[in-house]
Design a protein around this ligand. Structure first.
Ligand code: NAD
Ligand code: UD1
Length: 326
């Protein structure tokens, strides 16, 4: 039976990918230090997978797990732009040193292929839209640079160490299980939670910055395709939807979906923030058969339903706990 490794498998995208891999059959091992991830994300499938609570910076622990795997999906990283500016050391360690360890362990352990979660933040504020893979990167933050270094390592391991690698530049991914509880959380997880709780969100800057929001199930499908496509080793592909929405438009759309009027508050722009982001999907469509299935609005509705159900689940747990105590 095929053995798959998902680093960062207890996180938002990783836990969705684990479900995708289980659905196609195979044994899944998760490597995660639970720094931003959570075992709750894997609770309902815990008996079908093996979780290794290891840090990817610890080569000696992760190498034996990775050795001999069919495919490694390397998603473990500290994913926040502002956090990489406020506290750059941990994100440098996980995103560069840890990433090097994963590629090294995969090459030495004769892994079939590594698919690497790269980031559209690599484009920075290059003026042209949509962003094409051939543009010269202009990272604007430590995080963007770190993710770009990972891409370069992926290409070098393909070139020099006989390891098949593919890098997917995720654009802004959203969907169920994205953690909304941190100031560093993805904007849609925060917006959707505000909507459910009937609170106004804070928009950093004028709200006219735009993003190619991509539903997580479309990203999972592309990860699976990238793990099997032929003739793509060492390459980088955009993993976006091809659309673009400003934050102001997005918050207006969400209020309309719920029939509420909750004007956003505005705060100062964030350092390192990219202004506009939109994927050219041509290469991914042609070479990986990328076929996004969810429109932005469909994804938003599914995610809103999930957060609402999650609130109810958590309230149920609290009530059950209270009953036990009394
Ligand atoms: P997430 O924080 O939910 O998941 C990251 C996971 O990596 C977490 O479970 C965390 O505990 C784990 N991790 C972090 N450092 C680790 C370490 N040193 N050792 C072991 N595990 C570690 O974030 P996500 O949004 O699911 O992001 C997954 C990947 O996708 C990241 O590599 C991120 O850079 C990339 N990405 C995400 C987006 C997005 O919009 N969410 C866009 C572009 C790229
Ligand atoms: C996101 C991802 C990053 C990924 C990148 C790819 C997260 C946490 N970050 O970065 O991993 O590599 O996309 O493009 O998943 N904002 C607000 N109010 C808030 C929160 C955010 O206005 O409460 C704004 C930010 O200033 C930014 C936009 O929303 O302009 C998006 O922010 P965020 O969700 O943190 O994502 P990116 O920085 O784009």
């Amino acid at each position: 039976m095929n053995r798959y490794i998902v680093t960062g498998g207890a996180g938002f995208i990783g836990s969705a990918l684990v479900r995708g891999l289980l659905a196609q059959g195979g044994r899944v091992h998760v490597i995660d230090n639970l720094s931003t991830g959570n075992l709750d994300n894997l609770e309902d499938i815990a008996d079908q997978i093996t979780v290794h609570e290891f840090d990817i910076c610890d080569y000696d622990r992760i190498a034996p797990v990775i050795a001999g795997a069919q495919r490694v999906f390397h998603l473990a990283a500290l994913p926040s732009v502002p956090k990489s500016i406020l506290d750059p050391v941990p994100s440098h360690q996980s995103n560069i040193d840890g990433t090097f360890n994963v590629f090294r362990a995969a090459a030495e352990g004769k892994v079939g292929r590594v698919v690497y979660a790269a980031s559209s933040s690599a484009y920075g504020d290059t003026p042209a839209l949509p962003k094409v893979e051939t543009m010269t990167p202009q990272p604007k933050s430590p995080y963007a640079l770190q993710k770009l270094v990972g891409e370069y390592y992926a290409a070098i391991f393909s070139e020099c160490f006989n390891l098949e690698t593919v890098s997917l530049r995720f654009f802004n991914v959203f969907g169920p299980r994205q953690d909304p509880t941190s100031v560093y959380s993805g904007v849609l997880s925060i917006f959707l939670t505000c909507l459910i709780e009937r609170r106004s969100p804070t928009i950093f800057g004028d709200g006219e910055q735009s993003r190619d929001f991509t539903y997580v199930e479309d990203v999972v499908k592309l990860l699976l395709k990238a793990s099997e496509a032929r003739g793509v080793s060492g390459k980088v592909f955009n993993a976006g939807n091809g659309g673009r929405y400003t934050l102001n438009e997005t918050w207006r759309l969400l209020q309309k979906l719920e029939g509420v009027n909750l004007p956003a508050q505005y705060g100062p722009p964030r350092a390192g923030d990219v202004r506009d982001s939109q994927a050219d999907t041509t290469a991914a469509v042609q070479e990986l058969r990328h076929a996004p299935q969810f429109t932005f609005e469909q994804g938003l509705r599914l995610t809103l339903d999930w957060y609402r159900a999650d609130v109810a689940r958590k309230q149920g747990r609290v009530a059950a706990g209270a009953n036990l105590v009394s």
